[in-house]
Design a protein. Structure first.
Length: 560
């Protein structure tokens, strides 16, 4: 389990534990207290049965209704949670705690605007409670409104500085060197030892201590070149000459061929390529990806130099899998988030990758100076300040604060996406459905619809001839769905700027991706469609643009 997943699990249990403590009082029944104890012991299914019985007998019991919703969330019973929430809201529309908990459920279901409204309602009902502000902080991070997220987190800390969940989020917004003493002091002085998360807290502290003295590998730009234009080469798949796009990258003195993957994070090399490049091994790290077999072995390593086109960077951390290669026929893969300090122009029809400076904010002059070559799992809760902004903080403390997304005038028509670190989720309609969240993923050849979403919008049928392979092995249960019309780039009028009709859609369980992201990922916009588009990405501001020109297609593609 990655440190990011451990941390998210800790925070989930922490927020639940804090809420349970907040609502407990002398007036609560013995039955609710017993259910709370089962919950805190990790016996979630048993606790859910108790809460359900209490809520059935007394629907006005906020404690039981909230406990039932949170139990269903942890158990992954989202449909049951939705039904229970609808019932509870009819009885308790003015409960701030229920509104906040419903916001948590809506966020997990991918209903992010609805979650924002629920958190606002909870805040209006009880402005001196921290939980709604924490929920809004999550919302605004997904919106790339990092200053608003930071302000809401600070507000939660002002209201409840000793709250369990607030403290964990606050600690992980501190500079790395301040986290160990802050977490150690919190564990020593809190009641955390009685919680389900005590062991995970100690493990996370051990992780922080182990890495506290590790040198920082900043992956800084080593030349005065600020932009580049480099060639993409086609990677064949079974049955097609253009199944993916690759990029030639020089690591140290070794030229490597890496698949360019908008659904991946950082640089991931196979063991053979890492040995050829003479990388310095740093520490063990499991490598997880799509598939049913779980994480595989791997480690982090440092490269003295990485060269992409005309851009050269020094002192960069990459990940290495114990397998010979993570991508058949390639030396590894490179996530497009590696270039998140740049404006990315992924021109597959033109077989070019262009990297150029992001639009300058009105109050900024600094150009990007780094690659983000390491997976960002451990940075999930840090403020989104730029790497170079800390140097300016001595002159102006505000310079080191996170900034909200900036939409440059020339990008006013670009589509907004939800960003969860390296994951970009595009609101997408399937056959005129309500918007669902789809991952933009050149690493997945097929367009994919989750089995959960497919049951709502199309017909499923088992497809034993279809095999999906990922870093964590193959996917065991794969289905096909009827051809569907995908509509994405949805504007304020509810209409998508881009439509692809009669798309073949593969269907399988995406719950692992959803659980890792923290919100429902209902599908994937895959390479079979993206390869005919010019895709532009602004990670900083959560913006994506697509351009389709029927007169300008990859030479391997002939539209019927």
């Amino acid at each position: 389990m990655t440190s990011r997943l451990v941390l998210l699990l800790i925070i989930l249990f922490a927020s639940i534990a804090a809420a349970a403590q907040a609502v407990n009082s002398a007036q609560e029944t013995a039955a609710v207290t017993a259910a709370d104890q089962l919950f805190m012991q990790g016996k979630i299914a048993d606790a859910a049965n108790r809460y359900r019985a209490i809520a059935g007998a007394d629907p006005s019991s906020v404690d039981a209704q909230v406990g039932l919703l949170r139990s269903y969330l942890i158990l992954g019973k989202l449909d049951d949670a939705k039904a229970a929430a609808d019932t509870a809201l009819m009885v308790l529309p003015n409960s701030w705690l229920l509104q906040s908990t419903v916001g948590d459920l809506q966020f997990r279901l991918g209903k992010i605007p609805e979650a924002e409204r629920s958190y606002f309602r909870a805040k209006e009902l009880k402005p001196d409670e921290a939980a709604p502000y924490l929920g809004l902080a999550r919302i605004y991070r997904a919106y790339s409104l990092y200053r608003r997220a930071y302000d809401n987190m600070n507000k939660a800390h002002d209201i409840a500085p000793n709250d369990f969940a607030v403290q964990l989020l606050w600690i992980n917004s501190l500079p790395h060197e301040e986290r160990v003493p802050a977490l150690q002091n919190y564990i020593n002085g809190s009641k955390a030892k009685g919680f389900q998360v005590a062991k995970q807290l100690e493990q996370y502290l051990a992780y922080l201590k182990k890495n506290a003295d590790a040198p920082v590998h900043a992956c800084k730009l080593a030349s005065n070149v600020k932009e580049t234009n480099t060639k993409l080469y086609p990677i064949p798949r079974s049955g097609t000459q253009l199944g993916a796009s690759g990029l030639s990258v020089k690591v140290n003195k070794q030229e490597l061929h890496l698949a360019l993957d908008t659904g991946a994070s950082g640089v991931l090399l196979g063991r053979t390529a890492a040995e050829q490049a003479g990388l310095q091994r740093l520490a063990y790290q499991p490598i997880a990806g799509m598939g049913d077999t779980g994480a595989t072995g791997g480690y982090t390593a440092v490269a003295d130099r990485i060269r992409v086109g005309d851009l050269e960077f020094q002192d960069c951390v990459v990940r290495v899998t114990d397998a010979a290669t993570p991508v058949p026929g390639q030396d590894g893969l490179i996530g497009s988030d590696v270039f998140s300090s740049y404006l990315i122009d992924l021109d597959i029809p033109g077989a070019k990758l262009r990297l150029s400076p992001l639009p300058k904010r009105p109050d900024e002059t600094a150009a990007p100076t780094s690659l983000r070559t390491e997976s960002q799992d451990t940075q999930e809760l840090e403020p989104e300040a730029t790497a170079e902004s800390s140097a300016a903080a001595g002159k102006n403390a505000a310079a080191n604060l996170p900034k909200d997304a900036y939409v440059a005038p020339e990008m006013a028509n670009w589509a907004k996406v939800y960003r969860f670190r390296s994951v970009l989720l595009m609101p997408t309609k399937v056959d005129h459905s309500a918007p669902m969240l789809f991952l933009i993923d050149t690493g997945s050849y097929n367009n994919v619809l989750s089995t959960r979403a497919a049951r709502e919008v199309t017909q499923l049928r088992a497809d034993p001839s279809h095999r999906i392979q990922g870093l964590s092995g193959s996917v065991s249960k794969v289905y096909s769905a009827d051809k569907a019309t995908l509509e994405f780039g949805i504007g304020s009028n509810g209409v998508g700027r881009y439509q692809q009709q009669n798309q073949d859609v593969t269907t399988f369980d995406l719950s692992n991706i959803s659980n890792h992201t923290g919100t429902e990922v209902s599908g994937i916009l895959g390479y079979s469609m993206l390869r005919i588009l010019q895709v532009k990405i602004d990670y900083r501001d959560g913006l994506v643009d697509f351009n389709f020109d029927p007169n300008r297609l990859p030479k391997q593609i002939k539209l019927k």
